[in-house]
Design a protein around this ligand. Structure first.
Ligand code: F6P
Length: 329
């Protein structure tokens, strides 16, 4: 193995820079050249890359985002795009690539691997929705950002005796909403993995807590429940806030936290896990092993074949949800 490359793909996540740094330094320390590919697979197809060294990744461990930039590429999903990427790899002597991203990025890594370019996936997404991993890089920082934001919202919600409905990211998964919901003491938490009824799971819970003297409320809603809300006649969180105000007479507001959730300096956990996973992935490539996804299970770093990883299923922690419902009253 003489030359490997690293790219970040899909939505960025705090801690990706720690992973890039680990890949580059592990490669350099073991005598291989490391190329940084800009803008994910889109940059790969265009040959947008540069040689990195141990100093190229100085002063990045504390920075959010990704110094390599990220993108989602439709063209790469076509055979034409794939062939362009393979040609660029062959022309540039790239024998292996560390792909830092989510499930969609790993499908590309699998397709490249079966065509002869060894790839290793590193799970980087705030959503924590990668089935083979207990933990994905960026999740902890994102949870802390949501908590900080909702703590601020709570101040004003409390001052005005209001209900605030907060929509958080997570794509089709509710990991962010559930864990942030318990951390901010949300009266109700809506996640896509669980069926819900607005009357029973929001209004009734609010009425019950009102009787004990509660006057302000936080409701956390995962963005992935929007279809289920629409099926109950509610068109998004603003509409849900109006519905609550109309039915309970509690002044209500909606906040969509949006992309602020993806930014910020990575937490200790994301710096450490990013470093561990990046180093582990580079060592796999150095050993001539590809077509793998690095994962964290029970605090240990392990790896799986990409197809096996993509076919796994991860469920929400129902006990945690029950705890939240029992104590957020
Ligand atoms: O996967 C990360 C994520 O932030 C999701 O939580 C969200 O649904 C999506 O990306 C937003 O994507 P974009 O940045 O393209 O709007």
């Amino acid at each position: 193995m003489k030359k490997i490359a690293v790219l970040t793909s899909g939505g960025d996540a705090p801690g990706m820079n720690a992973a890039i740094r680990a890949v580059v330094r592990t490669g350099c320390e073991n005598g291989v050249k490391v190329l940084g590919i800009r803008r994910g697979y889109a940059g790969l197809m265009e040959g947008d890359m540069y040689e990195m060294n141990i100093r190229s990744v100085s002063d990045i461990i504390h920075r959010g985002g990704t110094i390599l930039h990220s993108a989602r590429s439709r063209k790469f999903c076509t055979e034409e795009g794939m062939q362009e990427a393979i040609k660029i790899c062959k022309d540039n002597g790239i024998e292996g690539i560390v792909v830092i991203g989510g499930d969609g990025s790993f499908k590309g890594a699998r397709d490249l691997s079966v065509r002869g370019i060894n790839c290793v996936g590193v799970p980087g997404t705030i959503d924590n929705d990668i089935a083979c991993c207990d933990y994905t890089i960026g999740y902890d920082t994102c949870l802390n950002t949501i908590m900080d934001m909702v703590d601020k919202i709570r101040d004003t919600s409390e001052s005005h005796d209001r209900c605030t409905v907060v929509e958080v990211m997570g794509r089709r998964a509710g990991f962010l909403a559930l864990n942030a919901g318990i951390a901010v003491g949300a009266t109700a938490i809506l996640i896509p993995e669980l069926e819900f009824d607005i009357e029973r799971d929001i209004l009734e819970r609010m009425r019950r807590t009102q009787k004990t003297g509660k006057r302000h409320f936080i409701i956390v809603v995962a963005e992935g429940v929007n279809d289920k809300l629409v099926a109950q006649g509610i068109n998004g969180v603003s509409s849900l806030a109006k519905y609550i105000e109309h039915n309970l007479g509690v002044e209500s507001r909606a906040t969509v936290l949006g992309h602020v959730q993806r930014g910020g300096s990575p937490s200790v956990k994301d710096r450490v896990v990013g470093s561990q996973m990046g180093s582990y992935a580079a060592h796999l490539l150095l050993d001539g092993i590809g077509n793998r996804v690095v994962a964290m299970q029970k605090e240990k770093i392990v790896d799986f074949e990409i197809v096996e990883a993509l076919n796994m299923h991860k469920s929400i922690d129902l006990a945690l949800y029950d705890t939240a419902m029992e104590i957020s009253i």
